[in-house]
Design a protein around this ligand. Structure first.
Ligand code: HEM
Length: 416
């Protein structure tokens, strides 16, 4: 058994067999505010305990999103070219966020419930035509993709391509997803593109077609609304063309993989633990299970901030301009907050997990959508599948940013 207690969390390879939970546990105990030197960067602080992450995330004045949200260093030019509203602080952030909130509210998402159920039911019916299948492709990937398509209003025929490009953006360090491996190959040519990725260039081109009317987007979808109706209080367009293109890439990236990896984690855990599966069926606590699987999966493992002034946390002196990384995945396994954190407990209540960026002004816009997708797909799984058995070890994304089950071969028994 490999000891994963001393892995380098700045190295994507450290995550290729899944999250190195022992490393995070050791750091939480020994050095909860931890400095990492980087080979190709200026180094960063890691915040590892739940309470510290919450406090830092709440303090956007000192810990800003305005100078980048991933560990990568960016020049001013790169930052401006790739900025979304996620890389802004209040009050700029609030202006756009408040315009988007209604389109992603719980009430709005509740209106999609029947559609999500229909899609989830079809997905599971189709998957269980076979007794053995790869669960990420057959189950986990499909619902987020179809729902995002609906919400954005992009043509269904383009969805596979868009998702593949979204995978390549987020998975820019994984050779199965990206044609250019960010930490191994020269990405200079794409430095002004989202995620420094060739897929970013492709998605920019697609977004330009949307702006020019060369892609037929659905009326009522969020993209149509952004381009035609949602205006500032002064009646102006909310976003410039460049901002719109970046916004489009953000949604394609944020709305797919995260929910996919949460569903994949749920299927994986149910395959490992038949008693958990039985308990889920009998308790019907699908909402609790959805949140618990999202905690356990912690798909976006971190987001970064930058210190706007000198400050101190637990005696560590953080300097103005230092990069400060909030490891949500570590906070989600902090045993001072989560009793027995390695156990999946669908009745965990409260479940103050950090997977959606709790406490921060950037709290995930897609929270209600993701929760609903998880809840309903779990209901459909429980309704139609008697047992799930993993047939081989899962593979994991090679990334220290987004981690998840990439493939999982399962055998299933249908419910009579
Ligand atoms: C389980 C699924 C998901 C997880 C774990 C997740 C995680 C997160 C996290 C941690 C943040 C906070 C970023 C920060 O603090 O800088 C965030 C923000 C965001 N998420 Fe999600 N997300 C999920 C699903 C979605 C979906 C389905 C969508 C859209 C359809 C979405 C869109 C966004 C957007 C636009 C932001 C930026 C919000 C802002 O800056 O105000 N997410 N997400």
């Amino acid at each position: 058994m490999i000891d994963d207690s001393y892995l380098d969390i700045s190295d994507h390879d450290s995550f290729q067999n899944g999250v190195p939970h022992k490393t995070f546990e050791r750091l939480r105990n020994e050095e909860p505010i931890f400095w990492t030197k980087e080979k190709n960067g200026r180094g960063f602080w890691s915040i590892l305990r739940h309470g510290d992450i919450l406090r830092v995330n709440q303090n956007h004045k000192v810990f800003s999103s305005e100078r980048g949200i991933r560990i990568e260093d960016q020049t001013e030019e790169e930052y401006i070219a790739r900025r979304t509203f996620q890389e802004t602080d209040p009050p700029t952030h609030r202006k756009i966020r408040s315009l988007l909130n209604p389109a992603f509210s719980k009430q709005k998402m509740d209106g999609y419930e029947n559609l999500v159920r229909e899609l989830a039911s079809n997905i599971i019916n189709e998957a269980i035509q076979k007794n053995k299948f790869e669960a990420v492709d057959s189950i986990a990937k499909k619902l987020p993709m179809l729902m995002l398509g609906r919400i954005l209003g992009v043509p269904e025929i383009d969805l596979d391509w868009l998702v593949q490009k979204g995978d390549a953006l987020i998975g820019n360090s994984d050779p199965d997803f990206s044609e250019l491996i960010i930490d191994k190959e020269d990405s200079e040519k794409y430095r002004l593109m989202p995620f420094r990725s060739p897929a970013g260039a492709d998605l920019f081109e697609y977004a330009e077609k949307i702006i020019d009317g060369r892609v037929d987007i659905a009326e009522g979808g969020i993209l149509y609304e952004m381009l035609n109706h949602i205006k500032t209080s002064e009646g102006q367009q909310v976003m410039s063309n460049l901002e719109f293109k970046n916004f489009f890439c953000l949604l394609i990236a944020a709305g797919n993989d995260t929910t996919r990896y949460s569903i994949a984690m749920a299927v994986y855990q149910l395959s490992l633990n038949p008693k958990l599966f039985d308990y889920l069926k009998s308790s019907k606590n699908y909402s609790g299970a959805a949140d618990e699987f999202i905690r356990v999966a912690s798909p976006t493992m971190y987001f970064r901030r930058t210190a706007t002034c000198d400050c101190e946390i637990h005696g560590k002196k953080i300097r103005e301009n230092d990069k400060v990384v909030l490891w949500f995945v570590s906070g989600n396994y902090d045993n001072t907050v989560f009793n027995d954190p390695n156990r999946v407990n669908i009745d965990r209540y409260p479940n103050p997990h950090l997977s959606f960026g709790k406490g921060g002004v950037h709290f995930c816009l897609g929270t209600w959508l993701a929760r609903m997708e998880l809840k309903i797909i779990l209901e459909e799984i429980c309704l139609k599948i008697q047992s799930i058995k993993k047939l081989s070890e899962p593979t994991w994304t090679r990334s220290n940013f987004i981690c998840g089950v990439k493939t999982l071969d399962v055998g299933i028994e249908r419910r009579k």
